[in-house]
Design a protein around this ligand. Structure first.
Ligand SMILES: [Zn+2]
Ligand SMILES: [Zn+2]
Length: 77
């Protein structure tokens, strides 16, 4: 049995994600995404795909990157 870090649910099929040497335990992918996924620096939505990286910020799409002042940003294809 393990306890989800996001919602506190106790679940025997919980899984662990490791990033940067730290392990995190979750009961569902939704909870994992909620805690682990980066946020778009422009609109704040969760980035579940590759996103668009510009200098020090990450955006959900090239539109947000351009709105935030990176006119050359392109979606990764
Ligand atoms: Zn959870
Ligand atoms: Zn966005």
């Amino acid at each position: 049995m393990a306890v989800c870090e996001t919602c506190g649910n106790t679940y025997d099929n919980a899984f662990t994600l490791t990033r940067g040497g730290e392990s995190h335990t979750f009961d569902s992918f939704e909870c994992a995404a909620h805690r682990m996924a980066p946020r778009c620096a422009h609109c704040g939505c969760m980035i579940l795909g590759h996103g668009v990286e510009s200098e020090n910020s990450t955006y959900c799409c090239s539109h947000c990157a351009r709105e935030a002042g990176h006119p050359q940003a392109r979606d990764q294809v």
